[in-house]
Design a protein around this ligand. Structure first.
Ligand code: AMP
Length: 274
């Protein structure tokens, strides 16, 4: 009887703890913005980050393409801007971002915002929504490399896998035959997209100067990823350390500086698909 009572008590305790921990905000939650020009490799790094850290990936470009494809009102409004390689109006992307951030997945797993903010107004909107990242990571890649990567980029519509005509050829002729080109991955549209990127990047990076880590993205994705992870781990460690002085003991050393992170890996010329 006493044993039964004790077992019941233990079970109730475990259940209560489960409920308690479910309701507690995660301490080391990743809240990250990844920035970089078109073809800088953001998409590839995002896939790797989602796989490693389990965060919710929010790509405004993917969401907009989905709206265009499914013919929503928002998609119809965005389409002409996207086809020119111009930025769509701030209100459209802010609405998309707000909806995604309100999902249970983003709240529980942390978030990785890709392709936004691209203007100062978008930075301010994030701030107003209380969306403050613990890391703003920028991938720097020369214009001609971004151009070369994007214009040779092909996508498999079946698996969504990205290939490149020179740097990552599809494994079979069957796959090669069905590859598609993104409508804005042309020289003319890329010229405008790169221009738009440079027009806004100083203001956007300036809004996050205290969280900014700029990395050399002109390397193979497998060379970039360790530097990205070092930046993430350092940012999480910093967050954890600043949360309370009592936790300093388990911080395992000081966070790396942006200069240290940038030195990770050896830059090399174009050898990767964005
Ligand atoms: P991306 O896939 O991120 O290169 O985005 C593709 C296109 O979607 C861009 O060229 C813009 O037309 C539009 N877009 C995506 N994100 C944004 C944003 N945050 N602000 C304005 N336009 C955006």
């Amino acid at each position: 009887m006493a044993l039964k009572f004790a077992a019941g008590g233990a079970l109730a305790g475990v259940a209560a703890y489960g409920l308690y921990s479910l309701n507690q905000p995660k301490k080391d939650q990743l809240k990250m913005i990844i920035s970089g020009g078109p073809g800088s490799g953001k998409g590839t790094q995002c896939d790797l980050l989602v796989n490693k850290y389990g965060v919710k990936h929010i790509s405004t470009g993917d969401a907009l393409r989905h709206h265009v494809k499914t013919g929503t009102d928002l998609g119809r409004e965005a389409k002409a801007y996207m086809e020119r390689g111009d930025l769509v109006p701030d209100s459209l992307v802010i609405g998309i971002c707000k909806a995604e951030m309100e999902t249970k997945e983003a709240k529980q797993n942390g978030w990785l915002l890709d392709g936004m903010p691209r203007t100062k107004a978008q930075c301010d909107a994030l701030d107003t929504m209380g969306l403050v990242p613990n890391l703003f990571l920028r991938l720097d890649v020369p214009n001609e490399v971004m151009m070369d990567r994007a214009c040779g980029r092909r996508q498999d519509p079946v698996t969504r896998q990205i290939y490149h005509v020179k740097y990552k050829k599809p494994p079979t002729q069957e796959i090669e035959a069905r590859l598609v080109i993104r409508s804005d991955d042309t020289v003319e549209k890329m010229t405008n997209r790169i221009k738009q990127y440079h027009k806004n990047t100083t203001a956007v990076s300036g809004s996050y100067s205290d969280k900014l880590v700029a990395l050399d993205g002109n390397r193979a994705p497998t060379d970039v990823f360790p530097a990205v992870c070092a930046a993430v781990d350092s940012a999480l460690r910093l967050e954890d350390c600043t949360e309370s002085a009592s936790k300093t003991a388990r911080c395992g050393g000081p966070p790396l500086s942006a200069a240290q992170l940038s030195r990770l890996g050896t830059p090399r010329s174009l050898s990767a698909v964005a």
